[in-house]
Each structure stands twice: as C-alpha cells, then as structure tokens.
Design a binder for this molecule. Structure first.
Ligand SMILES: [Zn+2]
Length: 1228
C-alpha cells in the first residue's frame, strides 16, 4: 500500500523535472544530460566515448561476462591508465549490483565524466586522478538492469538477481559459512569480480546500492545469523565507522540519519551509518569478502529510498552524492604506505603488514608496495615475509591528511647467498602450506590461488593450441610462446616460456624446463602442465610465491612432446598396455635417446627437436611430467657427487608430496625408506633398455633431468584432473624453486669485465659439466659440501680454482683472454642505433632499469666515507673508472670527479661526454647519494648487462658527487628546510659565484669552472633539493636561450621519466616561492621563473662551453631520513639513465675539408644559433629535440665562411631523436 503511494508521488515529481530539463539542456552525445538512464547498449557506447575523448587518462576493460553474456565494464581513470604504477593506491566503486537498484549505475557514469572533464583544470580532481588508480564499474548486474522498470521504487520487477536468479550480494564466500554459496556457473558476475578483487588488491572501495539512505560497514553478518540487531565487530571497526561517516556527512540526506523511506518512515541511523549485521544479517556479501580476502576496505552505500526513480531524479541524486563520492575516494590516501623491500631494493610482493593490537593484516602488491589505512594516532607496525627477518617500526605517527611514508627493508640471515627477490636457503616451510581458503576473521587468510575450473579438461591438439595462444595474449607481459619444431605429422611442438621479460636472456635468471606427454597416451603430464601454465600466469602479481618464481626464473613448458600420439588415444583408456607407448611411429619417445655411441641418424623429429632445444639452452633443471607413477625419479649411473644432488632435489620435492599427499597411510614411513619403495628413486625399474631423456641430458647437456610422476592413471577422467592438480601441484612449484639453490656466478674476462659465453664449469669429481649462458652466467646445483670448481674458456690463459664450502653461493670467475684485435665496424654502429631506438620506445628504458642488478649502496656518507667509497669503486672496477681531484675546498677537502667509460685509455672522438653534478648546496644531501648509487649501478652492470655495457663503452660519464664538501659536512639528517651547509665555509652560495671574468671566485667554484671550461661536454645534470621539478637555463633574467626548445626538451625528458615529477605538483610546504598548491606544468620551469639569480653554474655552463645544463630538484625535503633514499632512488633512476640515453642522441658529425682533413673550431649553427664548435678532430655533437633543423657550418680561414646549409631531419622514435651522423665536404 505504502509503496503504491510512493510510486505515484515520485512519478509526479518526475514529470515536473523532466519538463525542466528538456527545456534547458539540449540532448547531446558528448555531454551528460542527467535525464536518462543508459541501458546496456547505451552505457557501452557512453563508456567508449570517454575512452575516445580522454585516452590519456582512462581506459575501458571488461573483467568478465554476465550470465547472459554482457560485459562487466570497468572504467579505469588515472594518469597513465595503461600501466600499473608502483606506489599508487587502487580504488574502486561498484554500482548496480542489484539489477533494480539503478541510481548508482548512472551516478557512476556522471562521476566518470566529472573526473575526466575536470582533469587538468580542477586541482582537486587532477590531484586525485594523478595519485589514485580509480576503477569504476557502473553495473555489476547488467542482465538484471535490462529487466528492471523505471519508476519501480521497491523492486517489484524482480530484477534484483542476475539472470540465474542469484542475489549477487549473497554469492561471495562467507566467513561463517564453509560451503560455497552458489552453484558453479550460476553467478559468473561474482566469479569475475572475486578474481578482479584478488588480483588488483584494491585499497578502498564503495559498493553502491539503493532502497535506503545509509552507509553500512562490515561485518555484514554474524556467526549466529540473527536477522537483525547483532553488532558484528571487525578488527577495524573504528576505521570503518570513520569511512562510513565520511560518505554520510557529505551527503545532505544521509547525514540526517532519517531517510524517511516510505516502507519504514521511522527508521533512523545515528549519523547516517550502521554496522551491516546490526541493520540486518547479510551472509555472502561483497564487502566482507573484500575486507577478509581482498586486502580492501569496503563500505556499502545505500543512495536513495527509491531503487529505480524516474530519470528526472537523476540530477538531484548526482548532486546529493557527488561530494560524498569524491571525499570518500580521497580517503584511500590516509594511513601509512610504502614499500617492503629486500636490502637490494627489490620489492617483496605478498609481504604482511601488521599493526600491533589489530589482527587484520594486509599484504603488499606486486611491486612490494602497501597501503594500510589507519586513523590518526601512533602505531607499531611490522612487515614480514617468509624467508626474511620481520621488522617492526614503533611509534609511527599517522596524521589526518597525507599518509605517512614507511618503507621496510627486510634482511635474511644469509643475505649474500640470495637471489634478488627470491627466498634464501633453506626453503621456508610456510611457502608450501596447502592453500586452503580460510574464512575466519583473523584476517591473515591467504586466498586460494586461482585456476579457472572450466579450463581443467582434456585438450585436443587444437584446443591446446588455442589455449596457449589465449594465455599468451592475455598474459603477454610474462609469456613467450614458441615452437621448437614439428611432429612427424606436422603438429607444432609448442613451448610456453613464463617469466618477466620472457624470451630474453636475462642476467641472474636460471632456466628450467618441463616436458609432458612423451607417451601419446599419457594425458596427465600434459594437462598438469597446461594447468601449471595458467596457474603461474593468473596468479602472477597476486600470489607471493608465484610472483617470486616468475620474477626470478625462466620456466619453459612443453606440454606435449607427442601431439600425434595423443590424438590417437581416447579419454578413459586407463593403463591399457599397448596404448601406453603409442606414438606416431610406434616408438617410445621417452626411451632410446641416442647415446654418444649411437649416432643420431634414425631419431624421430620430436626427439631431434627436443634434443637440439635442450642443447642450445642453458637449462639448469629439466623434468618430464607424467602419469603411471607417483614420485620423483632421476637417472641411473650418475657420478656419486651428482647422485647427492639428484637425491637432494628429488627428496625436496618428494618430501612435499609425502607430506601433502600420502598423509595418514604413509605416516609411519620415513622419506628415506619410502624412497626405497619407489616413490622417489633412481630410474631402475621402468626404463631398463636404451637410455631415457634424463640420462641423455645428463651425459650430453648441462641440465639435470628428473621424472616427476603425478598420478597412477595415465589418462584419467577429466573430472579427476583437478584432484590430481590440487594434490601434486606443490611438487611442481617445489621443483622450480630447487633451481635457486645452485652454486651460481659469472665467468668474466678480467680485462673487460665482459661475461664469457659457453665457458665450461667443471666440478672436480663429476663428469657432468655446465656451461655459461650468453651473459656469462652459470648455475650448478650442488649438495652441501666442499668442492673444487674450475672454469675453462677457449683462449683463456688463467683458470682460477675455487673451493666451496656451502650450498648456495655466488662464485664469480674472472678469466684473462688471449688478446684479440678489436675493430669497431659500421655494423656495430648500426646496432647501437637500434639499441637507442629500442630504449627510447615506450617502457624500453623502464625495462632496462628493472633488469639491472641493484646497487643497494644507499646511505648518507660523510666526506671520509664518500672518499673511501669512490676509491674502492675505482679499485674494484679499474677498467672503466678513474678518480681524480678537481681541486680543494676552503677546508681542504677534495672535490672528486669520477669518470666512467669503456674507453678509459683511448678516448674516442665520437663519444659524447656528460656530467652529473651534485652538492653545490651542501644542505641538499640527496643528490650526492643518488649519484654514488648511479655510479655503482653502472659499474656492477657493466659487462653483464649488454645495454649498460654499450652505453658505458660509447659515452664518457663524469660524476662530481659533491661540489661543496665543507657545507655537506654541516648539514643535518632529517632537516628538510635547514640552510645549515647551504654555503661553503666562507659563507658563499656557490650557485651565485659562477661569474665569468671574475678573478676572486671561491675555490670550489674555480674547480667546477675549470672542468666546465675544459669543454667537450654535451649535457650536464645538476642535482639540487627543496622542491620537485627540473629547471633549464637561464637562472638569470635575460632573453630565453637561443636553443630554449632543446633545453626544455631535456627537462621534459627528465621530468617525464620521473615517477611523480611530471605531474607538476611538488606539494612542498616551505621554501622560497613554494607553497603547497603551486603547480609547474609538466614539472619543468625556466630557472629564472623558479629562483631568479645570477652567477649560477648552469648559466656559466651555457655561456662558456655551450653545454646545456638542467637542475633537478630531487624532492621537497633537503635532507630526508635515510630510509627514504631508496624510494628516492627508485623515483629518479629511470630519469638518470634517460639523460645518459639523450646524450647519445642528437646531431653529431665531422667537419672535413675537401681533402678530407678535419676542420677544427668550425662553428656549427643550427636554426640560426651557434650551438657548438667542432673540436680538433673536426667532430661536433649537439643535442636537439626531434624535428627538422637548419644546419650551417662556418669556418675561419677559408674563402667562403659559410660552408654548408643543410636540412637535418632528426627522426622521432617515440618522440625522441636518433643520432644522425653528418660528414661535411667543405670546398676550399
Ligand atoms: Zn542492493
């Protein structure tokens, strides 16, 4: 009755509003009219129109399909919406989960438009979109909405559920309920959103509903499931109340706490909020799942009494909710955030963050970044990760506004033996705890890694091909699909490589291989490996162990070695004798591998392909995965030394399988005696004739081969596959980890530091030899003990011998080669061009930076420590470094310059020279440390990383870490704004002292002036502090520099490669011309506009040597706490490398006269301005932005002064220039 009255009333109001809007607002596709609902087709169009118009800040994706096949659209709104950025919290809104609750569906479209249209003009929106990864799902139940009726306030149209009659907000796993709540397949919307939640690890979210006006927070139900009135506390109850209230108090009706909805006009909510269970018990709701399983704080908002009001209400609803929606989103930035890292600076995904007194933990995301929302107060916070020592920071202060930055660096007890980002020995048992879904409210639950049930079945060859291609498409960033050849009947032998930067030889990453389906009838191995492919891919980034394995290992999976044989057999033929060995040619591919004595004439194509594949890779471990047995086996007749290794690895995997699988029935059997029973033993029983793949591999290649049996059946029913997977998949994961417990290292040429490919590593006592990879790396699995290791390489004259005493150790071996004549050909130059192009492409540089061995040397150094560090560096890397003094300070400290180049002794005329300077102001303490880290990273990657090697070989890098060492000694850690140490010991601000012609400059200034005047530099970067931007010349008030376009471009390159600088909001509180709200578009400014002064170093560099110099302000705080150095390094390192790349671009050439003699001191004018003079070799180099430029050469002493006018087109590879070499024939 009541609802009918309401229905009529709202219709009346609706008509009035419609009239109003039709007259005022013309209908337009591109502008929101707030007066109509979008059905599925309309919504889809509308969302795509956003993407077309605002591609730089939004992207549209579907996280799955509804029961009737509609896409579950998600708008992602953020700067750089095409990538995941470390340290950016993820927020989501989900609307229209109930099909008949329609207001949120529209309001979320309006919110999207609001964010997109105001970005760049409205500072609040700009800040939010820059700093937050926002996901908006306007409709989680598109099928239900299509059935709902406009004007139906009470949901009488029965469109609440999805098309399979499931209430989606009852369909999530519940903490008090062990059974699945919905039948598999009945709620694909829930499955899709669950997977999305688990993968994205959102920090904060809002679930929007209708039918009342209130904010309802967890928990949504209690163990008693009493219908109403039971307050169900979560560990974060106070925080949830605060979050709920944030929304309520910004909503004009909600804040009253009296919605006066017709169905219960007297209903009241104090402050407009309620505990979910206290209002009414909702088992299986999304918000509890988000909180308990999804790392995410979620509150449910009821937006309006009427569930589906007439469209005329929409504008009012938008106005009512707008401020609340925005303010709530901003709360994603409260609390504490930061990174959990190894001491080498590698982020640890899946690490736990716990707050003392609160038993709800959250975990880090794929970059090791975390966000722990907390109310203002003081907390003791602990970070922990399996394999590392936990670390606690006490008395962390959280304030009302911005999140407190708190980074954790976790150490292992055996730090040196550890792979970057990988577990140290021994393997912690926690990594192998069976992952059972835990629905308690302890909060420390681990979601079961995902495998989509529909993909577990038998795959025909074509199914498998499609499956692999799909995986390769969806997970392109971590997969590489290739074929190693064809079967006898022409089917491809597909291999899926899974690893970050798959397909590329990467220093420090061992390779491992799995082969399945050697017998056509053996379907178990094939299907287990296909599941493994999907398991590794779909859990990457959300599951800590998988993420680490994929980050640190190259896993090659060949699911079917015998696709012909497989096609011949049928499902369900279990263990039938003849079928077992069937293959295309009735030969057993697992046996009869040719021994050295055989010759390889009659080898089947499958075998030949596998053999050549294993021979040409440096696989450390390999395993054939099969059915017909359970356990791990290894070859016969191996050396006693290797027997220990095989046994160790087999047992490591076997013990896991025993623990997890054999359970009660074998409890009394110790692993060692079980080994005798044949569960994990040598290959003595099954393959007594010929040699099998493992034995062949052992004798002929570097790999250690195993057989892993995962089922007694060969070809089980499809429904049993999942059971086998669940039981035994840990064996496969354990096997992958074994590769990391090898002795490993690099074999290098002691002269050049370059890795030596294919040198042989010999362990005394074994005839099994491994070889180094392209980058000179090797891995040799060994059992604990003492060994003698030698390395041999063709032409090497020195062969050191090392004795090892531990299991996992890094052993690098340097070899002196016989000298070879080295000529640098044209080809190499072209290769270098290609390299520059690749690095300049989107993310090329980022990938380089990610692939580098980390320095991890960051801390603040005194003058003494800095000097020691520089000296040690040059002693360690004498072939590429040189340390010299530029002069002395007033207090007689040395002003060091460190030179890094591959051509130390023989400078090449064509190598560009660049300068990195810091510490002109002693109180800006970050710059010197960043430069020392930069120098160290360059050195340790030289030789191992081919890109760094080439860049160092082709450039001359001069680093002056501290111009003002006296001032630097006076500065104090933690003082963000102190001027102590700004000047030199005579009170002079050195950056005002670079006055050309002045005779009485400071000694520090004189030292730098001499270096600058020496000339030859093409680019200089000076690191300062106190803000976050880059300034370009000039610092004094004058006309813009004649090459301002170039200078600006260089600044843009630096700012653009910095994680946050290019947003242009330094957000610094104190300092000259700096207030919190000041904005520098693009993060760059001409020096004079930022801090106008004369006598600056960069103006001097421009005036005297025509060398462009930019000044980088590294951050607001001049001398931040040491813990922040690592994140500052992470923010700046790509930019520092980008500048090294830039100096290798631009325009260069040699000016020669007609006889081919170089013309020195020729004037090179570009676009009418003098940019550079040719040197004594006639060589010139100048930086230019991409585009078409006018080039003129002038030279004295020739009849004509103007020699050449030319159009130079500098290609823009992704907006960057390529070097274009110009040789000028000059007429005399
Ligand atoms: Zn609802």
């Amino acid at each position: 009755m009541m609802s009918n009255v309401w229905f009529t009333l709202s219709r009346l109001f609706a008509i009035l509003h419609v009239v109003h809007y039709v007259t005022c607002t013309p209908e337009s596709d591109s502008e929101e009219t707030y007066n109509k609902y979008y059905n599925y087709a309309g919504l889809t169009r509308r969302l795509w129109s956003f993407v077309e118009k605002y591609p730089h800040i939004c992207s549209l994706e579907s996280v799955g399909k509804s029961a009737e096949g509609r896409e579950l659209w998600v708008m992602r709104v953020t700067a750089h919406s095409e990538r995941n950025e470390p340290g950016k919290p993820r927020f989501r809104y989900v609307g229209n989960m109930h099909g008949d609750e329609a207001v949120s569906r529209q309001v979320l479209v309006y919110l999207t438009e609001y964010l997109l249209t105001r970005y760049g003009t409205d500072p609040r929106v700009t800040e939010l979109v820059n700093s937050t990864d926002i996901y908006i799902m306007p409709s989680m139940n598109p099928d239900g909405f299509e059935k709902a009726t406009e004007g139906d306030c009470t949901g009488s149209s029965a469109a609440r559920q999805n098309a399979k009659h499931v209430d989606l907000n009852r369909g999530f796993p519940d903490q008090f309920d062990q059974l699945p709540r919905v039948l598999e397949g009945d709620a694909p919307e829930v499955t899709a959103v669950m997977s999305w939640i688990l993968h994205k690890k959102f920090v904060l979210s809002g679930n929007l509903h209708g039918g009342s006006v209130v904010a309802s927070y967890p928990f949504d139900d209690s163990s008693s499931h009493i219908a109403s009135g039971v307050y169900s506390h979560s560990p974060d109850d106070a925080l949830f109340r605060y979050l709920a209230q944030t929304y309520a108090e910004n909503h004009p009706i909600m804040k009253e706490g009296r919605p006066r909805c017709p169905y219960d006009p007297d209903e009241g909510f104090k402050d407009g909020i309620t505990n979910g269970a206290a209002w009414y018990d909702v088992p299986g709701g999304m918000q509890d799942f988000s909180y308990l399983q999804g790392n995410c704080f979620e509150v449910t908002f009821e937006l309006s009494c009427c569930k589906y009001p007439f469209a005329s209400e929409l504008h009012t609803e938008w106005k009512n909710n707008r401020e609340a929606l925005l303010t709530y989103m901003e709360k994603v930035h409260m609390g504490v955030n930061g990174y959990v890292m190894t001491s080498a600076g590698i982020g640890l995904p899946g690490a736990n963050i716990s707050v003392a007194g609160n038993n709800h933990n959250i975990t880090t995301w794929i970059f090791g970044d975390y966000f722990r929302l907390l109310l203002p107060g003081t907390y003791n916070i602990t970070a922990s990760s399996s394999g590392y020592l936990p670390k606690t920071v006490n008395n962390v202060t959280v304030t009302e506004d911005k999140a407190t930055l708190l980074n954790f660096i976790l150490n292992t007890s055996s730090e040196k033996m550890q792979m970057p980002g990988f577990l140290a020995s021994p393997v912690p048992s926690t990594a192998f705890t069976p992952t059972v879904r835990i629905f308690d409210n302890q909060g420390a639950s681990t979601p079961e890694p995902l495998v989509h049930p529909q993909d577990i079945r038998h795959h025909s060859y074509l199914d498998m091909e499609l499956f692999l291609q799909q995986i390769n498409t969806v997970h392109s960033s971590i997969t590489h699909l290739y074929s190693i050849g064809q079967s006898a009947q022409g089917r491809e032998l597909y291999v899926m490589e899974i690893s970050t930067n798959a397909g590329i030889d990467q220093p420090g990453k061992p390779e491992i291989v799995f082969v399945g389906n050697l017998h056509g009838s053996d379907a178990v191995g094939k299907e287990m490996l296909l599941i493994l492919v999907e398991y590794l891919c779909s859990n990457y980034g959300s599951e800590a162990l998988v993420t680490r394995l994929v980050n640190s290992t190259r896993v090659h999976i060949l699911p079917s070695m015998n696709p012909d044989g497989y096609e011949m057999v049928f499902e369900g033929k279990i263990n039938s004798g003849g079928v077992r060995y069937s293959s295309n040619q009735n030969t057993d591919l697992s046996k009869n591998f040719p021994d050295q004595s055989y010759g390889e004439d009659f080898v089947q194509p499958e075998k030949a392909a596998v053999m050549s594949w294993i021979k040409t890779h440096s696989f450390v471990l390999s395993a054939s995965v099969l059915g017909g047995m359970i356990g791990v086996k290894y070859p016969n007749s191996v050396d006693s030394l290797d027997e220990d290794v095989f046994k160790l690895i087999a047992e490591a995997c076997f013990v896991v399988s025993v623990k997890l699988v054999l359970l009660m029935s074998f409890q009394s059997i110790r692993p060692s005696s079980a080994l005798v029973l044949g569960f994990g033993s040598r290959n003595t029983h099954f393959y007594s004739s010929g040699i099998d793949m493992q034995t062949w591999a052992y004798r002929n290649t570097g790999t250690l081969g195993f057989t892993i049996g995962l089922s007694c059946d060969l070809y089980p029913q499809a429904k049993d596959l999942l059971t086998y997977w669940k039981r035994y998949h840990v064996v496969l994961l354990q096997f992958i980890q074994q590769v990391h417990f090898s002795v490993r290292g690099r074999v290098t040429d002691v002269q050049s530091g370059q890795g030596i490919v294919n040198s042989t590593i010999v362990v005394e006592g074994s005839r099994h030899h491994v070889h180094t990879s392209k980058s000179g790396q090797y891995w040799r699995p060994l059992a604990p003990g003492a060994y003698k290791i030698q390395a041999f390489a063709p032409g090497a004259v020195v062969v050191p011998v090392r004795v090892l005493e531990t299991q996992v150790e890094q052993v690098d071996i340097g070899l002196s080669p016989e000298p070879l004549a080295h000529s640098e050909g044209q080809l190499e130059g072209e290769e270098f061009q290609k390299l520059l192009e690749d690095l300049s492409s989107t993310s090329g540089l980022e990938q380089l930076v990610q692939s580098l061995l980390p320095g991890g040397m960051l801390h603040y150094r005194t003058y003494r420590e800095r000097s020691d560090f520089l000296q040690e560096l040059t002693l360690t890397f004498p072939q590429i470094t040189r340390l010299y003094s530029l002069g002395h300070s007033w207090e007689f400290r040395t002003i060091w310059a460190l030179e890094i180049t591959g051509n130390l002794e023989s400078p090449q005329p064509t190598e560009p020279k660049m300068r990195y300077v810091a510490g002109v102001h002693g109180n800006a303490a970050v710059g010197p440390e960043l430069l020392l880290e930069f120098a160290f990273v360059l050195c340790i990657n030289y030789g191992g990383n081919p890109t760094i090697t080439k860049l160092v070989d082709r450039s001359r890098i001069v680093i002056v870490p501290c111009v003002n060492p006296d001032g630097r000694e006076l500065a104090q850690e933690g003082k963000c704004f102190s001027t102590a140490g700004l000047t030199n010991a005579h009170g002079v601000d050195l950056d005002t002292d670079f006055l050309s012609g002045s005779l009485s400059v400071q000694p520090e200034t004189r030292a730098m002036m001499d270096l600058i005047r020496e000339g030859g530099f093409s680019l200089s970067v000076n690191l300062e502090g106190g803000s976050l931007l880059v300034t370009y010349p000039y610092d004094r008030t004058t006309q813009p520099a004649h090459n301002e376009e170039t200078l600006k471009y260089l600044a843009v390159v630096y700012a653009g490669n910095h994680l946050g600088m290019h947003f242009g909001y330094p957000g610094c509180h104190i300092g000259p011309g700096r207030n919190e709200n000041i904005q520098f578009p693009g993060g760059i400014l001409r020096g004079a506009e930022f801090s106008n002064h004369s006598g600056s170093m960069k103006d001097y560099s421009m005036d005297v040597s025509l060398c462009p110099e930019i000044t980088v302000y590294t951050g607001c705080c001049l001398y931040p706490p040491a813990e922040q150095l690592l994140s500052l390094w992470v923010e700046h390192r790509t930019s520092l490398f980008a500048m090294l790349l830039e100096v290798n671009k631009g325009l260069s050439g040699v000016v020669r006269d007609k006889e081919g003699q170089p013309v020195s001191d020729a004037v090179v004018r570009v676009n009418g301005s003098v940019l550079v003079h040719s040197d004594t070799q006639g060589y010139f180099h100048t930086l230019l932005p991409p585009g078409t430029h006018q080039l003129e050469i002038h030279a004295q002493g020739f009849q004509q002064q103007l020699w050449k006018v030319d159009q130079v087109v500098l290609a823009a590879a992704s907006k960057r220039t390529r070097v274009k070499c110009y040789e000028h024939q000059l007429d005399k």
